[in-house]
Every structure is written in C-alpha cells, then in structure tokens.
Design a protein around this ligand. Structure first.
Ligand code: BGC
Length: 713
C-alpha cells in the first residue's frame, strides 16, 4: 500500500459528501471539492469551488429577524463533463448502475483519480476514468483529463462541458433558510470553438471572478476538431459535442480551467487575464508535469518524513496535504486568513476563528512566510478591531470571534439547533480569548523566526493594542483586591451564562484571565526589547504614555484565578453547577458529543452542569510550559503544583464531551506525561476524526483545519 495514496473502493451514496470534502484539491488561491464531473448539487453531491478570501454578505429574514450572513462564496461549477448516448436522457450517467467505482487521491502528486465501470439498463458497459489537478505551480489553473471507453457498444453520444454560474451556497443543511444566492452572471461567451468564458460578480462585495474552460477531444494522439454546439441559459454556458464512439476505443477529453478574480495582483481586468491564460495552457500532460514538480518541492519543505507505512502515516499526510492546499505559499502576500474549515465546504461560512492558534505552529516551522502573511491578515484589520473595542466600551483592539472580509464581527447572533429545528440566541461572540490566540501567534512566530522587521513594524503594534484591550477589560475588585474579567465566554462554548441568568457571559474564565496576563507581559517585554527609537514612535502613534504602561503592571501581579477543591475552576462559580448524568445520557442518546443541542432540545441548558464541549482551562497546559505557568501563578500569588495540573486535567477530562474535534488532540498532548496510553488513544481518535467523520456529518461540510494541523506538529 502506498502511504501517499488515499483510496476509496466503493460507491456508497451516504459517503459521497464526505469523500468530496476529503478529495478536495486546492492550491491556496482556490479549491474545488472532489465531486464527480457529472454531479450537480443534490441530496448527496455538492460540487463546490471557493476562492481564498472570496466573501459576500446577504440578508435574510428568518422568524421575524433580519440575519446577515457573510459567506465564502461557492463559485461557478467548472467540473461539469458528462455524456449520454443520443437515444438516452442527459442524466444517463447518473442513473446508470456502477459495477465498480474507485477514487484515488495521490497526495504526493496532488492528483485525484476516478474510475467508474458503469452499465445502463440496456446492458451497455462503459469505463470512465478521470484525473484532476488544481495546479500548484500556477494558482490560476486546474485541469481534468476524462477518458470514456465503451466496452461492448458503439454509438453516437452527446458530450457536455459547462461552466455553471447558477450555483448558490447550499452546502450546509442548517443554513438552508438563509439566502445563498451570491452570484450574478455578468457574461458568458464562446471564446473559440474550444473555449468558453463565464464572468460572475458577487452581489454585495462586487468581487468579480472570470473563468474560462477549454475542452478538447482526442482519439489516440489526434485532436478531433469536432464543432461544438453552444447552449446557454441565463447563468450557464455549455458546449455540446456530438460524435461516435466505438467499442474498445477510448476517447480522451481534456478540460483546462483558468480562474482569475478582481482581487488579483498584476492584472488589468480578470476576464482579460483568464482569456489570455487560456491560450497558453497547453495539454493536460504538460500541466501535470509542472504541477507534480511544484508538489515535489512543497513536500521537500514540509513532509514529516515518516518511514512507517501504517494507515496512520497516510492520515498524517492527508492532514498535511489539506493544510498545504488551503494555506500554500501562494497565499503569501494575499489578504487571506486561515479558514477553520479549509476551502473545502461551507460550514462556518469560511470564517476565521481562534483555530489559527492550532494552525500557525506548523506553518511557522515549515513555511514561516505563510504564517507571516496570515498575521498580516490580522494586522490589516487592526483598525476594525479598534472600532470593535470602542463600540463595546473598551480601549485598544478587540479582534472579533469570527472574522471574514473586513474584520468586523461576523459571528451569527441567532443559531438554528438542527436537533430541535428552532432558532435561539448565540453568544459565542463573547469569546474574547481569540485576542490571546492572535497575540500568542505573533509571539510564537517572532520567537521562532526572530523576524525583527515584523515585530517592530506590525507585531508590536498588535500586541500593545491587544494588551491595552485586556487592561481595559480587567476591572479591580476592591473587596478581594484583585483584577477580574467579567462577562466573557471561554473556549468551552457550552457555558454561555450562569444558570437562569438574564445576561450572557461568565466571570473570570481562568483560561482568559491567565492568557490576558501573559499577553500583557509579552507586550511589556516587547517594549523593553525594541530599539528605543521604535518604542518612541509606537508610543506616539498609539498615544501610549508611561503612566498607561505602568498601569498594566499590577494586572500581571493581581489577576484573579478561581480555584475549587484544589483544581483551577473553569470560571468563577463553576463549583456550584450540578454534576451531569453522563452514563444515563450516553445510554439514551449514544453519541453525546453535542450535549448543547441535546439539552436545549429537552428545554434544559448546558449552563446548569459541570460539562464542557472542549478543552478550556486545559488549554493553558497545551499552550504554556509548566515552568512558565508556575512562574505566572506564583507572580499572581497562587501555587500551582504538578499534582494540581494533573488533577485539573483529569477532572475536566471526565467532564468533557469533545463536541469540538479540537478537544481530543489538546487532551492528548497534555495527558502524555501522565497517561501516555490514554493520550495515544485520544490522539488516534483526533487523527481519524475527519477521515471517519466521527462527528457524523460535519466533515462533508468542510474539513477541520485546526485539528488536522494540530495532529502534525
Ligand atoms: C469550536 C471552536 C472553533 C470553531 C471553528 C467550534 O465548534 O467550539 O473552538 O473555533 O468550531 O472551528
């Protein structure tokens, strides 16, 4: 077995969506799901193509509320290649029976192979094979080689090749009530007999995307100059080629795509560039050669060089592959962030969360320029973060929980519980800890690269503004003589407020408080380490006085951290919550990872219980070395022993449902010194979570980039 190849040997309609996500091909600039060429969006199939940073906002009225959704837009479907004997219907291929079906993802080459042996109602057997790439050397190209071999029949067929701009965002069932019609077709043209062009524009952000598709047909080595009939609808353009195929004689079709957008650099206008590029692409085999070479070079930099040929080594490659397809060197200099679900589907609408905390370490190690580029995505949104802080009554910069085009908060405020099919408020935007993640990444990047120019020019400003935000969020409680942070949510999204409280947010989430102190310390350390001329500039620029800086110091000495029974409490008052009947719920529901949905459906609330969706306090032990944490706690006037750390980890492990795939890999790391066997088991569960879709249906909506990245570093 080749550990670089992921193979699916059967055709199971229930697995189609999952395999489409897992077989997505991309190059950082854009990606296309591994949907079959003949498929259209339906209950099983979902061909999707996404441009990095390609967002659009729409408004929908649901249950009397106006909701705004900013989505990573599903772009025109360029995959469409299909055929049918002229005595049959256009859906002939989809309705034929599959005798054999195989998908093969070669991760070393970035190549998706498909082979189907089909038989129709009249006993006509055909073998269809295809090879597909999304070009890793030239990010504006993709290509399909599609071979039709009739086994026991000959006859006239119609072959269709289209660019379909009628697509909408409908890849996630629970968003189906939201408006998903993002595209307007500006034009669809025939460029020449081989080549079609389609240009679309998003209806709010006015992003233009131009595509061309050149389709050529070959018998052995000869290009058959078959004239195409052009068919258009309002939003699609197709070529129909009519010709005869003969039993045993394969016919090869090559479809080469060019894709440009109005956001590209070095262009006049995206349609011109797409058209010019379409004249220069050459044959599939040549594109494959340069594509393979580009992947070879990427792997030379980034492969972990596992010698084992175990199934796990293939998954490690799969995770690296999808990370590199989403955040390849092609993003360097582009204004794109790290989308939590890759460019592989529409879950979380392509938004950027704190998940970059788990994604950047790998990139910082192997491709530091990619990390730097992702940090600059945040830097460009520093003003938007200042605006958000100001609107919420704070100083400095408060980055949003969910970020997309312009850095405003794009978290949903109203959420559909798919279990109960009811809408309810969503307070996840109160996860201010995303700011600690951004600061952590800046610091980690600088420590790793010693990129002074970045720290001085961008990183320091972000660190200082985030520290300023934390300092303004912290209030001094004169009774306990300590600083507190109130009204936030920790990474555990199950707890949104105190039981029966009428306002959201919790007080003194331990993870948030400790990280706030850590960030303020790093900001103060940066001020001490930068050249004095730059410090003066930054102070002038940010109107940051010595007095203000001095006012941050006491926070690093007197921040409140809640404890109970010798362990760190997730938040203040946590100990008063009820214990949860884990066993009973497990028996009743089987999979109880999403306890929030189960409990809300029962008109109960996770707020009442000692339960967690994912690692929260435990994140501290994941991010900071024990000695560093012990120093911090000591400075705050608390004791933190190794035993307390172990007890805290075990305590929360027993109370965590792992409703986020991120959870298990974090527990795996922190448990390694204490319970290596259990740590290994959790790591393996995290490793298999997307391949086996352990969350039962979420991977088809997009891979989980955070967990993929954290399993490989
Ligand atoms: C997790 C968050 C994560 C988000 C995006 C949620 O389910 O709870 O921690 O940031 O998914 O991956």
């Amino acid at each position: 077995m080749n550990p670089w190849v992921l193979t699916f040997n059967d055709f199971d309609p229930k697995q189609i969506g999952l395999r489409e996500a897992l077989c997505t091909l991309g190059n950082g600039y854009f990606a296309t799901r591994g949907a079959l060429e003949e498929s259209l969006a339906d209950a099983y199939h979902y061909p999707g193509t996404y441009l990095a940073g390609g967002y659009n906002k729409l408004t929908t009225t649901v249950a009397g509320r106006t909701l705004i959704n900013e989505d990573l837009v599903n772009l025109p479907n360029w995959l469409v290649v299909s055929f049918y004997p002229i005595d049959s219907q256009p859906n002939w291929l989809l309705s034929a029976k599959r005798l054999e079906h195989k998908l093969e993802l070669n991760m070393y080459q970035g190549l998706l192979k498909r082979s189907s042996h089909i038989i129709d109602a009249r006993g006509r057997e055909t073998i269809i094979t295809s090879r597909r790439i999304v070009h890793m050397a030239n990010p504006h190209l993709a290509a399909i080689e599609y071979i039709i071999k009739p086994l026991n029949w000959s006859g006239e067929i119609n072959l269709i090749s289209s660019l379909d701009g009628s697509v909408t965002n409908q890849g996630v069932a629970r968003y189906s009530q939201l408006n998903g019609k993002h595209l307007e077709v500006l034009n669809r043209i025939q460029i020449n007999n081989d080549t079609l062009g389609l240009c679309v524009q998003t209806n709010q952000s006015h992003l233009q995307v131009a595509l061309t598709a050149r389709t050529q047909i070959f018998a052995t080595y000869n290009c058959l100059a078959i004239p195409a009939k052009i068919q258009t609808t309002q939003e699609t353009i197709s070529q129909i080629f009519n010709f005869t195929i003969s039993a045993g004689q394969p016919i090869t079709i090559e479809k080469i795509l060019t894709l440009y957008s109005s956001r590209d650099f070095a262009i006049s206008e995206c349609q011109i560039e797409a058209k010019t590029a379409s004249q220069e692409t050459g044959r599939f085999k040549n594109l494959l050669k340069t594509h393979r070479l580009a992947w070879k070079h990427v792997w030379q930099h980034c492969d972990i060089n596992l010698t084992s040929k175990s199934p796990e080594s293939t998954i490690v490659r799969l995770h690296t592959f999808h990370l590199l397809q989403t955040l390849s060197p092609h993003i360097i200099g582009l204004d794109v962030g790290a989308p939590a679900r890759g460019l592989h589907g529409e879950a979380y609408r392509g938004h950027i969360f704190w998940d970059e905390l788990f994604i950047l370490p790998f990139l910082t190690h192997y491709l530091p320029a990619v990390s730097r580029s992702l940090l600059l995505y945040r830097y460009r949104r520093l003003n938007a973060a200042r605006r958000l802080a100001k609107q919420a009554g704070y100083a400095g910069a408060m980055f949003p929980w969910q970020s997309a085009s312009n850095g405003e908060e794009v978290s949903q405020r109203w959420h559909l519980n798919p279990r109960s099919n009811t809408w309810g408020p969503d307070y996840s935007f109160l996860q201010r800890h995303v700011n600690a993640a951004i600061a952590y990444n800046i610091w980690h990047y600088y420590q790793h690269t010693l990129d002074e120019e970045f720290l001085s020019g961008y990183g320091a400003e972000m660190l200082l503004e985030i520290a300023r935000f934390w300092a303004s969020l912290a209030t001094f409680n004169t009774t306990i003589q300590r600083y507190e942070i109130k009204g936030v949510m920790g990474p555990d999204e199950y707890h949104e407020c105190y039981p029966n409280a009428n306002k959201p947010g919790l007080n003194n989430n331990a993870y948030t408080n400790v990280m706030a102190v850590w960030v303020i310390e790093r900001a103060l350390q940066t001020i001490k380490s930068l050249p004095s001329r730059r410090v003066i500039e930054l102070k002038e620029l940010l109107k940051l006085s010595d007095q203000e800086l001095a006012s941050w110091e006491p926070i690093t000495q007197r921040m409140f951290i809640p404890f109970h029974a010798g362990i760190i409490s997730q938040f203040q008052g946590y100990e008063r919550l009820k214990e949860f009947a884990w066993q009973a719920y497990q028996t009743q529901y089987g999979n109880i990872e999403r306890l929030d949905r189960i409990l809300k459906n029962e008109k109960d609330s996770p707020d009442h219980y000692k339960i967690a969706k994912q690692a929260d306090v435990v994140m501290l032990f994941y991010l900071l070395p024990t000695m560093e944490l012990q120093r911090l706690f000591k400075q705050l006037g608390y004791t933190l022993t190794e035993k307390m750390i172990q007890h805290t980890i075990e305590y929360y492990l027993q109370r965590t449902s792992h409703g986020s795939t991120l959870s298990k890999v974090i527990f795996a790391k922190v448990l390694t010194p204490y319970k290596p066997e259990l740590a290994r088991e959790l790591y393996l569960q995290a490793l298999y979570s997307d391949l086996h879709d352990t969350q039962q249906g979420t991977t088809r909506e997009g891979i989980h980039l955070g967990v993929m990245a954290s399993t490989i570093i």
